[in-house]
Design a protein. Structure first.
Length: 404
């Protein structure tokens, strides 16, 4: 009989005695139950000792003989060929089915070769380089931020523009009971078609430039995108619509015009232009784009007491509030930029009067298979985007000609 079976019988006997003497229990009966319980505890101790013995034997069985150290085998240096076979095993099968194979090899050295300091004058060895690049002048990009934006799924969009003279003939009138009602003939809408155009640029980088000076390569890529934005800015404001370009706001038919003569009258001219927007449309002017050379005399204008209207160099207007950066006249959101030529400014309801159309967003691609790039270790980077400009309310803009 095993210890577990023996314990089960002892436990059963103890429980039977407890049930038997539950109601009344004499001293002898109490001693009999205690003896049965002690029997169970005694068997438990034997089970515990048996478990410890098994663990000890198990640990002895896990011990291994100590073998003599074998002579160190010669370490085989990895080679580029071995790396190619290992990396290209599956690719070679796919290439047989028409797939393109591209394996980049890792630089290897022999296993026993020590690492050494580079030879030569060591101009770059031990030299700390500050990777911050001091950028040249950058124009502030503003046009697209002022205007509304929309994403389109097609390359062309058509929309209807209501003419300034909405009614060709007739008019609404009051009539007497039973009287003849007047007719009203509305002017036909102008159907305007806008097509998306593509702005793009390419640049080439060497493999060494990318692998050795990655931060410069990133800088070039970022500036390639920036140059695209500069071209976009010029087109949105000044494009003439030729050579696959965009017809910008300043060259749109229906844009109103006004002239301001004398710096002292420019503020009045801007306010009058705001009124022209509201009189011609249901929109309210929300922005002003002006050249820095034209903004400067406007910002520095003073009253008869010699105080700056827009606030002095150390305080807000007439000492109220803090200094404002490029404060706008008449509460307009003012953007000071060289994107508009000197002597020209634009007042308008930018957010609702014009919408920049985009399809697919900005895209940047690179490849080493363009022309003879692969043979010359070159990578061609391409940045491009497709965009257009929709101006449903050209009368919501007033082109200002400012003369001193």
């Amino acid at each position: 009989m095993t210890l577990k079976n023996e314990r089960a019988l002892a436990l059963k006997a103890a429980r039977e005695l407890a049930d038997k003497y539950r109601e009344t229990m004499t001293e002898d009966q109490r001693a009999e139950i205690k003896a049965a319980v002690d029997k169970v505890h005694e068997i438990d101790e034997k089970l515990e000792q048996a478990a410890k013995s098994r663990e000890l034997l198990k640990s002895v069985g896990a011990l291994r003989e100590v073998e003599e150290d074998a002579a160190p085998a010669e370490v085989k240096a990895a080679t580029l060929g071995e790396h190619f076979v290992k990396a290209a095993r599956d690719g070679l099968r796919e290439q047989a089915a028409g797939a393109r194979l591209n394996i980049v090899g890792t630089e290897f050295k022999a296993a026993g070769d020590p690492y050494k300091r580079p030879t030569g004058d060591g101009a770059a060895w031990g030299t700390t380089f500050d990777r911050a690049i001091v950028n040249a002048h950058r124009e502030q990009l503003v046009a697209a931020d002022l205007m509304g934006s929309a994403t389109v799924s097609n390359a062309t969009i058509k929309y209807l523009v209501e003419k300034a003279n909405r009614i060709a003939e007739g008019a609404v009138g009051f009539v007497a009971e039973g009287g003849k009602k007047p007719y009203v003939n509305f002017t036909a809408f102008d159907v305007v078609t806008e097509s998306l155009t593509k702005v793009a640029a390419l640049t080439k980088l060497t493999d060494e430039m990318i692998s050795d000076y990655g931060f410069i390569a990133d800088w070039i890529n970022n500036n390639l995108v920036y140059e695209l934005s500069v071209a976009e800015e010029k087109q949105l404001l000044n494009g003439d619509g030729t050579s696959n370009g965009i017809k910008g706001l300043l060259n749109r038919d229906g844009v109103q015009a006004k002239t301001g003569t004398g710096v002292g009258t420019w503020s009045d001219t801007i306010f009058e232009a705001m009124g022209m927007v509201q009189q011609s449309t249901t929109l309210t002017a929300d922005g002003l784009v002006i050249n820095p050379a034209d903004y400067q005399p406007l910002r520095l204008s003073k009253d008869k007491n010699g105080q700056y209207y827009a606030g002095g160099p150390f305080a807000g207007p007439y000492g109220n509030g803090g200094i404002q950066i490029n404060p706008g006249p008449w509460g307009l959101r003012t953007v000071v930029t060289n994107a508009v030529p000197q002597g020209t400014a634009l007042v308008g309801a930018f957010k609702q009067g014009a919408t920049v159309l985009r399809k697919g967003g900005l895209r940047v691609d690179s490849t080493n298979t363009n022309a003879d790039d692969f043979e010359n270790n070159l990578v061609t980077v391409r940045a491009e985007e497709r965009l257009g400009l929709m101006v449903p309310a050209p009368a919501a803009f007033v082109k200002l000609t400012l003369t001193a």
